[in-house]
Ligand binder design. Structure first.
Ligand code: FE2
Ligand code: FE2
Length: 272
C-alpha cells in the first residue's frame, strides 16, 4: 500500500477527534471559507426580482471612475507628446459613432452601445500606448460588468474598443465599425497641444492645418465621406496622406462593413 493510501486509511479509521481537528480534510478548501465553491452554479435571480438596469450612455459618461480613467489616459499621452485624447476627443467619437449608426437605421441599442464604446475606447492609454486598444477592452469589461451590463452587450462593446486602432483592428461588428470611423475622423487643430509652431511635428502640422472636419453619412446613397477644410499653407495634402493613409484604409474597411462606400473630401475635392 502506498504512503498516501496509508495516510487516507489512517485518517478515515482514526479516532473520532482526528477529523474534527482537521476540518479542511472534510470539505473542499477555498481561499475564503465564506465563498461558494468555484464550481457552484450562479444562483438564478428570484422570481419577481426587478430587472437589471440598462446601462445608458449617460451613466457611463457620468461614472466618476471612467471619468478619472479618461482624464488619466490623456495626461499620460500629454507626457509622451501625443495630441489631445481626453474628454473632448472621446465625447466627440461617441457622438459621431452614434450618429453613424442612427443615420444608417441600426437598432437603437446598438446606437447607444456605440456611444459607450466610443466614450471608453481610449482608456487603455492610461496603462500603455502600445496595445492600448486591447488593454482598454479588458478594463472596460470589468467596469461594464460592475455596472450590470449584460454579457452579450458587454462583448460587443469590448470588441469595438479592442479593434479601434487602425494598425491591428478590424470592424468585427457594427459598433466596432462605427467607433473606428468616428475615431479616425477626429482630426482638428484643437487637438494640437504643442504651443510652439516651430517645434510642430508632422502630426501637429496635419492636425493644426484642419480647420473643419465633418463625417458626412448619406444614408440614401450608402456613402460615408470625411470632409476636411484645411489650410494648405500649414500642411500639404501629401503630408496628410503620409500619416493618414492607414487610417483612411481602416475607414474604408469600416464603411464597407456597414454596407457603404467611403470617400475623403479635402477642400471640396473628393477622393474615393
Ligand atoms: Fe486609440
Ligand atoms: Fe481615439
Amino acid at each position: 500500500m502506498g504512503l498516501a493510501a496509508k495516510i487516507a486509511r489512517t485518517v478515515a479509521a482514526g479516532p473520532p477527534g482526528l477529523l474534527a481537528s482537521f476540518p479542511q480534510l472534510k470539505a473542499p478548501m477555498t481561499l475564503n471559507p465564506q465563498a461558494p465553491a468555484r464550481s457552484a452554479p450562479v444562483p438564478a435571480a428570484p422570481a419577481g426580482s426587478p430587472a437589471r438596469p440598462v446601462v445608458r450612455f449617460d451613466t457611463v459618461r457620468e461614472n466618476p471612475r471612467i471619468k478619472t480613467l479618461v482624464r488619466h489616459s490623456d495626461e499620460c499621452l500629454a507626457h509622451i507628446g501625443y495630441t489631445e485624447h481626453g474628454e473632448r476627443h472621446v465625447a466627440l467619437v461617441a457622438h459621431i459613432a452614434m450618429n453613424v449608426l442612427k443615420r444608417l437605421g441600426h437598432a437603437e441599442r446598438d446606437v447607444e452601445l456605440a456611444g459607450i464604446a466610443g466614450y471608453m475606447h481610449d482608456i487603455g492609454n492610461g496603462v500603455n500606448r502600445e496595445g492600448h486598444a486591447q488593454i482598454g477592452a479588458v478594463m472596460a469589461m470589468q467596469l461594464l460588468i460592475e455596472m450590470g451590463m449584460p454579457d452579450a452587450e458587454m462583448a460587443k462593446v469590448i470588441a469595438a474598443i479592442g479593434n479601434h486602432h487602425e494598425i491591428d483592428g478590424d470592424p468585427v461588428n457594427v459598433v466596432a465599425a462605427a467607433v473606428m470611423l468616428a475615431d479616425k475622423s477626429d482630426v482638428h487643430r484643437t487637438r494640437v497641444r504643442n504651443p510652439d509652431f516651430i517645434k510642430f511635428d508632422i502630426h501637429d502640422r496635419v492636425n493644426y492645418a484642419v480647420e473643419k472636419s465633418f463625417l458626412n453619412v448619406d444614408e440614401s446613397q450608402k456613402s460615408i465621406t470625411l470632409e476636411l477644410t484645411t489650410d494648405s499653407a500649414i500642411s500639404q495634402v501629401m503630408e496628410y496622406f503620409e500619416i493618414f493613409m492607414t487610417r483612411m484604409l481602416a475607414c474604408r474597411k469600416a464603411a464597407m462593413f456597414l454596407g457603404c462606400t467611403f470617400g475623403l473630401s479635402v477642400n471640396g475635392n473628393r477622393l474615393t
